[in-house]
Ligand binder design. Structure first.
Ligand SMILES: CC(=O)SCCNC(=O)CCNC(=O)[C@H](O)C(C)(C)COP(=O)(O)OP(=O)(O)OC[C@H]1O[C@@H](n2cnc3c(N)ncnc32)[C@H](O)[C@@H]1OP(=O)(O)O
Length: 209
């Protein structure tokens, strides 16, 4: 539960736009963004507050929350580590159209996008993205900083490791385990377990790296 109704965005590009829409729909006041430099394109007309590394972010943010607006898993992890090491407040952001089971848990700094389904007893760790229209079935586990891209389907009891990308519209068969730092290409149909660091594409998915 959010203790503040104001939020700051760390990183301001395409993925941040989605996060901001969801924040606004949840009646949060988006007070500004931190990034390496002022962006040229500022569709939400929010204030640039400087690089998080060059300003005293704690004095700006105070009791409000900071949310990572970054799609890349590694950069989002870096942002969340920064947020944590500065003891800044975090939240989850869940779009109002998402269906998240009461028996599932979603950890901090994770974004649950529009029209997603997270079914019963699924556990989603911190810093993840469950992108638009993804379906995460019952009893799945998704490790921190992973991204389930738009339209992907994880059937029941699927395990996804840390820092892993499941591409858009991919399907992962029930009970499959996908390791850490793995990549599943867009549209893949995964019917075998995938080990750490591997990249799989196609239907049925085959290993290419
Ligand atoms: C809101 C958002 O935008 S969220 C972002 C969602 N993004 C996605 O879902 C994209 C997921 N990424 C992909 O599918 C990428 O193609 C990757 C990561 C699998 C591979 O990308 P790269 O490392 O650049 O590989 P590259 O494009 O060189 O392709 C390597 C080979 O795999 C094939 N390949 C790549 N992606 C796929 C795919 N999704 N399905 C089938 N084959 C594929 C290529 O044709 C190529 O084959 P070849 O060697 O026979 O010519």
């Amino acid at each position: 539960m959010l203790e503040s109704n104001s939020i700051y965005i760390l990183g301001y590009s395409g993925h941040a736009y989605v996060a901001i829409d969801i924040a606004l729909a949840n009646n949060l006041n988006v007070k500004g963004y931190f990034d390496f430099k002022m962006v040229d394109n500022n569709p939400y007309k929010i204030d640039f507050l400087g690089s998080e590394y060059s300003v005293d972010i704690r004095s700006i943010v105070k009791s409000d929350v900071v949310f990572p607006g970054i799609g890349d898993n590694n950069l989002r992890k870096k942002a969340v580590n920064f947020i944590e090491s500065n003891n800044l407040n975090q939240t989850t952001l869940i779009d109002l159209s998402a269906s998240v089971s009461l028996l599932s848990s979603v950890n901090k700094s994770t974004l649950i996008c529009p029209n997603t389904v997270v079914n019963s007893m699924t556990v989603i760790d911190k810093g993840c993205i469950i992108n638009s229209g993804a379906i995460i079935e019952h009893e799945c586990k998704i490790g921190e900083f992973s991204h389930i891209a738009p339209g992907a389907v994880l059937a029941g009891n699927v395990r996804i490791g840390i820092n892993t990308l499941i591409g858009a519209n991919a399907v992962v068969r029930e009970g499959i385990k996908v390791g850490n730092n793995a990549t599943v290409g867009a549209g893949a149909v995964v019917i075998n377990d995938i080990s750490d660091g591997e990249m799989w594409v196609g239907n049925p998915a085959r290993r290419i790296r």
